[in-house]
Design a protein around this ligand. Structure first.
Ligand code: SAM
Length: 564
């Protein structure tokens, strides 16, 4: 059954590549995604169908128009092409197909709204589900056709479940009318499965010897005394993880003895993002910009982007080749996305969106699939196993370690805006920028990106993925410190910097352990810290839980929590 659905999804996707402005196909694929248990992907396709259908009733207000490839014309054209005839401009127009009609619109608009709202509800994106539900109901009641009655019933059912969420949030128990609902009170962020999609052919077998050789080749210049090796880590997921269960992943190891205070890794990355408007940091490496009066002053973008400044000519030239080429001259539209975020709680999520925007720009500039970028391909995505085809009524688990935050804004709408501002057609570039690709990028970024807080308001303002640095695992008794300026570094801890172990015994006495010596011995694992190691065990576990996917069970935590 799952195999059949996956096969159907593959052939529908192939059809979409050839006929990308056809709303019928997006609706079909959305239904397949619903059955496969991917309501997030279903919502994205239903929204594509809806946006295209809107062009039928408002052609002037829409940039992209709903069209279907005319198979008869395509066959004729193929014959002519085979005969070696030259194509003229009129024939290119024919390729764009025939317009979708008002009758077709009337026939499927109800289904599109029903799938969109139902899918958003299943993901827990109640705010957007509600808003589309209100729009859909208004429109379908006006249409007043027999066909729309079924869709109205589905939408009403979904609205009832949204009302329950609203009631539980507001404490209002009486029946409530839709127009009395303040959608801002409804949760906008829901969940999607954090999964290695069965059709994802870009993920390498990270533990295969040939992939390790490749990673180690890259590591030679960044961290010459280190090596990437496979390592068995305690599996931390779930409320009561099995103590013997392990997760085999990668880690960094010392190839030779390393002295205290020695810098063992220096890595720079252009996969960075900042939410600071009019920044005084280099657009490429995020190092502070030199003074205007400096011998080597900052370098402006040669393509004329006024707010895009680099710390050096080198950064300027690299940026053009790596990510800026495709967006040069388009700064005004792009700058308005994801930067000025009023609610501080949303800042971190929007930084991930900006990181996604940078990855899209890298992909377009280098003409490489985003999941094949060297900064992305080998990084940890913390994917989980899920049953394909969960029961039709089940909502997604809210186990945060197994799911990925998902919202209409961050996973569907804003990425589409990025593509449009990059002057890319989101429909014809589906092969490169489909929603499952964006979800995979988010999963990888959420597991590996490092962030920097603002000195101004303490909120997150900068984040980056350093693909080799992020291979180091965590310990609350780490043997390195990390620092991030223009590049990120690991420095071996010295004797004064290693962690002090302390626990309070039942009789109230404090028990301490001698701190380890600084430096790192050959074959020891390089252990980073994902939280402040000066905190107590409870707080450390809370801070590192998100990055680790569960409660830390490093030796120090186990000892301090008296679990040994
Ligand atoms: C940034 S990655 C570290 C590199 C990763 N092991 C890899 O294979 O690329 C973070 C992930 O490593 C794992 N991890 C790191 N430190 C760990 C620890 N002390 N115990 C268990 N898992 C750990 C967790 O699964 C976490 O989500």
């Amino acid at each position: 059954m799952a195999t059949d659905l996956l096969q159907a999804r593959a052939s529908k996707t192939a059809q979409l590549y050839a006929d990308p402005h056809n709303p019928h196909l997006y609706l079909d694929r959305a239904r397949l995604y619903e059955q496969l248990g991917f309501p997030d992907l279903a919502a994205a396709d239903a929204y594509r169908a809806l946006s295209l259908l809107e062009s039928v009733v408002d052609p002037d207000g829409c940039e992209f128009h709903a069209r279907k490839v005319d198979t008869t014309v395509t066959a004729e054209k193929k014959n002519r092409d085979d005969g070696g005839e030259e194509e003229d401009e009129d024939e290119e127009d024919e390729d764009e197909g025939i317009p979708v009609t008002q009758e077709e619109y009337d026939a499927i608009i109800g289904d599109v709204y029903a799938v969109l709202v139902r899918s958003l509800v299943r993901c827990g994106c109640y705010r957007d589900a509600f808003e589309f539900g209100v729009r859909g109901l208004g429109l379908l009641r006006e249409l007043d056709s027999e066909k729309s009655a079924g869709s109205i019933a589905i939408l009403n059912e979904q609205m009832d479940s949204i009302k329950k969420i609203y009631q539980s949030r507001t404490g209002i128990n009486d029946d409530i009318k839709l127009d009395a609902i303040d959608s801002a009170i409804l949760p906008a962020q829901g969940f999607a499965r954090r999964i290695l999609y069965p059709w994802n052919e870009h993920e390498p077998d990270r533990r295969a010897p040939e992939e390790l050789v490749l990673l180690n080749e890259r590591l030679k210049t960044v961290a010459p005394k280190c090596e990437v090796r496979a390592v068995a880590l305690p599996a931390l997921h779930g409320d009561t993880p099995d103590e013997d269960e392990v997760s085999v992943q990668l880690g960094l190891f010392a190839k030779e003895d390393i002295a205290p205070d020695e810098i063992i890794l220096r890595e720079s990355s252009l996969l960075t993002a900042t939410n600071r408007l009019h920044d005084d940091l280099c657009d490429a490496c995020n190092a502070p910009l030199p003074d205007l009066s400096a011998e080597n002053p900052p370098v402006g973008c040669e393509g004329g982007c006024a707010d895009t400044i680099f710390c050096s000519q080198d950064c300027h030239d690299t940026a053009q080749k790596v990510y800026h080429g495709a967006i040069c001259g388009l700064e005004d539209g792009l700058e308005s996305i994801g930067k000025d975020i009023p609610d501080p709680k949303d800042k971190a999520d929007y930084l991930y969106l900006l990181l996604l925007g940078r990855a899209l720009a890298m992909s377009a500039t280098q003409d490489v699939h985003a999941l094949d970028l060297p900064e992305v391909k080998y990084i940890w995505g913390d994917f989980h196993d899920f049953d394909l085809i969960p029961s039709a009524t089940s909502t997604l688990s809210k186990d945060e370690s197994a799911t990925l935050p998902f919202s209409f804004q961050l996973n569907i709408l804003q990425p589409t805006r990025f593509l449009e501002e990059m002057e890319l057609n989101p429909y014809t570039t589906l092969l490169r920028y489909d929603t499952w690709i964006l979800n995979t990028l988010y999963a990888k970024f959420r597991g590996t990106a490092s962030g920097r807080l603002s000195t101004w308001d303490g909120g997150p303002e900068l984040c980056a993925v350093h693909p080799l640095w992020c291979l180091a695992n965590h310990s609350c008794d780490p043997n390195v410190r990390w620092e991030w300026g223009g590049e990120i570094t690991f420095r071996a801890r010295n004797d004064e910097e290693t962690a002090v172990w302390a626990r309070t015994r039942e009789d109230g006495r404090i028990e301490m352990k001698d701190a380890k010596k600084g430096g790192i011995k050959r074959d020891e694992e390089i252990l980073n810290h994902y939280c402040d190691i000066g905190l107590g065990v409870k707080e450390r576990r809370e801070w590192a839980c998100g990055a680790l996917g569960g409660n830390c069970r490093c030796e120090r935590c186990v000892w301090e929590a008296m679990e040994d």
